[in-house]
Write a protein that binds this ligand. Sequence first.
Ligand SMILES: Cc1cc2nc3c(=O)[nH]c(=O)nc-3n(C[C@H](O)[C@H](O)[C@H](O)COP(=O)(O)OP(=O)(O)OC[C@H]3O[C@@H](n4cnc5c(N)ncnc54)[C@H](O)[C@@H]3O)c2cc1C
Length: 388
Amino acid sequence: MRLSDRADVCVVGGGLLGTAAAYYAARDGLRVVLVEEHELATGSSGAAFGGVSTMIFSHADIVVPEPYVRISQAAMDLYAELAEEYDPPLDYDVIGQIDLWFDPAERPHVHERVEGLRALGVDVQLLDGDDLREVEPALSKEVYAGTWAPQDGMVTPPMAVWAQAEAARRHGADIRVGVRADRILTDGGRATGVLTSQGEISAGAVVVCGGAGTRALADTVGLNVPLTCARGQLFVSERIPPLLRTSLHNIKQTRSGTMVYGITRESFTRVLNATTETTAAGAVELTSHALRTLPALRNVQLMRCWAGVIVTPADGYPILGPAPGIDGLFVGVMNRGVAMGPAIGRILADLVQTGGCAFDISAYAPSRFAGGATVKKEMPDAYYVPAG
Ligand SMILES: Cc1cc2nc3c(=O)[nH]c(=O)nc-3n(C[C@H](O)[C@H](O)[C@H](O)COP(=O)(O)OP(=O)(O)OC[C@H]3O[C@@H](n4cnc5c(N)ncnc54)[C@H](O)[C@@H]3O)c2cc1C
């Protein structure tokens, strides 16, 4: 069947970012069509751990990138607000998060990092092992120290996608699964729609949130979106009685009682691996870390494992904003889409409507990769909060 439609905005991608953008645009009264090649939440968003945090683990710099933190803070507020509206629920819980370590050498710049975050109003404390065990009694005696961020939370990422999509539908968005965007259509330097596997959708604006698929689609209009991909594995246990009061960086207990352990370090070291197989090495790594952290897990049965692809822009920072040289085309791709998702959706919906947004996202502009550049570009000094 060939469809030919007219929308105010066509969103590509049914993950956390695309459904958030569709939701806000539809809530603001725009006619929205979202196309998803497979099913909703089948990309990274379906595999993610679900940490909603301001702690910015993914950038091991001493200094703290301010817009990153501001957007993450806004996302937490939006999650809290939206948890009231969404049905099905998001599974969003603000129970605080601990990032812990066993040896002081594991976090050489943690003081500077904590100071930088505190300067931005993030409630985060550096605690020694005993103080951490006051907050989280299940922690092992081996834990040396950690950071404690009581405002952090967790969400079940696929549930957040389904909730956002459902809320977007309630505001009139047309969410189409099994429809692949093959090409972005342009006319006279302006995006005019998307050619899909089921025909053409003409639209006043196009928002591409295709995760790993963003690069190929952007290529159809000569837009360079350089990405790296890495595998992250996770394990989930049987349901057990309440063990954790908080969530740990990459170990959490869900509302149903299951324990989720993630994610393998291959995802941080950027050994490029875009496969989604699970491995014995991954099981050993995650279970050893979990047992060292929480000895009570010793006899808890593992139920299932999975892996997802972590998509990271070439320089580590989000690629977010208008495409250079093509009016009405916007891109959103990053590796902390759970923590930042609702705020990114809000930003994209604002960009479509007004060309601006409430945050300084100039450092994330897709134009930094124009002309094929993929090298790491230094961010402006003003972008960082000085250490200490
Ligand atoms: C194992 C793992 C753990 C993670 N843990 C965390 C975490 O704790 N906290 C955090 O903040 N982030 C985490 N992340 C990262 C986070 O999951 C992603 O940043 C986020 O899900 C990205 O959402 P997205 O909507 O951009 O992409 P995706 O969820 O990948 O969605 C993109 C969608 O676009 C579709 N698509 C692609 N191309 C096309 C096309 N041409 N036409 C139609 N549809 C198309 C895909 O099918 C896909 O469904 C984790 C990721 C993984 C894999």
